[in-house]
Design a protein around this ligand. Structure first.
Ligand SMILES: [Zn+2]
Length: 194
């Protein structure tokens, strides 16, 4: 790296001002920088199995808080991927033992919300791919339900939320859902004393 750009490490060590928060899957085949063609310093990253935003997960909520309130990111991207092992596991009846069962249950809940549509898809891979898209949508909604996002929307008209799914087979990113800052969601989840 130094041979290519002598100032590389020096500039990175002194500055972190990413405009994007990336919430992606832990899968080793979906690294955020490579997928988006970005460099270190450009994206703040959180990854977990099947890119979930769970409202009791201190880890993801801390990353979100730091990215939104301190780094002041303009965009939050949730990126799932087709062929996701976590998504597929959640559609089975296998007992993966307590911790994984707890985690995967969140995806089972997404399936249940969309059972009518998903049950009509006979082919397993196609059904899992659709669940991957619906899961991304649900996780975007989970972001919008947080007071962290709602406060930033109200006070600073950012960040915009983007739900994508990445194709392992072709490297193409499919946009699934966009939620601009200030979008109204089910009023039950909207805080009025932000
Ligand atoms: Zn995955």
């Amino acid at each position: 790296m130094i041979a290519e750009n002598p100032g590389y490490f020096n500039s990175l060590a002194h500055l972190q001002a990413p405009e994007f928060l990336w919430i992606g899957c832990s899968d080793s085949r979906v690294p955020a920088n490579e997928i988006t063609g970005t460099q270190p310093g450009e994206i703040f990253v959180h990854r977990n199995v099947a890119n979930l935003v769970i409202n009791t997960d201190v880890n993801v909520l801390s990353v979100l808080d730091y990215a939104v309130n301190h780094l002041k990111v303009k965009h939050v991207i949730i990126c799932g991927h087709y062929g996701c092992g976590g998504i597929k596991a959640a559609t089975t009846n296998t007992d993966f033992k307590p911790v994984l069962n707890m985690w995967l249950r969140n995806i089972k809940d997404v399936y249940r919300l969309h059972r009518e549509e998903l049950d009509t898809i006979k082919e397993e891979e196609t059904r899992c791919d659709r669940l991957t898209e619906l899961n991304v949508k649900e996780q975007i909604l989970n972001l919008a339900k947080t007071s962290t996002i709602q406060r930033a929307w109200k006070k600073e008209q950012r960040p915009h939320l983007h739900g994508w799914v990445y194709g392992l087979k072709d490297g193409i990113i499919k946009p699934i859902v966009e939620m601009n800052a200030g979008t109204h969601i089910d009023p039950l989840y909207e805080y009025d004393d932000l």
